[in-house]
Design a protein around this ligand. Sequence first.
Ligand SMILES: Nc1nc2c(c(=O)[nH]1)N[C@H]1C(S)=C(S)[C@@H](COP(=O)(O)O)O[C@H]1N2
Ligand SMILES: [Mo]
Length: 162
Amino acid sequence: MEPTGNAKFVEFHTLADPKTMPFVGSRVLEWPYVEGLRMDEALHPLTLLAFGMYGEVLPNQNGAPVRLVVPWKYGFKSAKSIVKIRFVEKQPRTAWVKAAASEYGFYSNVNPNVDHPRWSQATERRIGEDGIFAKKRPTLMFNGYEAQVGPMYAGLDLSKNF
Ligand SMILES: Nc1nc2c(c(=O)[nH]1)N[C@H]1C(S)=C(S)[C@@H](COP(=O)(O)O)O[C@H]1N2
Ligand SMILES: [Mo]
């Protein structure tokens, strides 16, 4: 089918192979895992469809053959092992929204000012800084990319669109 030009969102569908992906049998989420981005987010130069990592082809556990990387959003926004990409008019129903819409919204932006219903998102420890005596550091808005991506969300209530 020819694209119509009406798309407002991009929907990413992923592989769910119970033989090589044991957790696909668990009932935490509905599989295949689905993620989505608004068109402007998908077209942003910081958004990557990644085929490799550290100069090598992606290992299976990191999402071979191709995964999404969206640096200003929480890691769960980055769908791995993508097998289908759809351009759609309506906001996609993502795997986490289907599982718990009150806890995980469509946007999944890193936002230290909006707590998860069950925990604060204001501080973090980075890999290599962990350990019981390590002090947490303040989490930056949009993971530190506020200047680059903040304007895309002007006028959007981020406490409702979390
Ligand atoms: N295909 C697929 N991609 C997925 C998931 C999944 O279950 N299936 N889980 C998501 C979640 S919840 C997280 S936290 C990240 C974890 O991967 P990372 O540590 O490589 O970012 O992958 C995301 N991408
Ligand atoms: Mo996760």
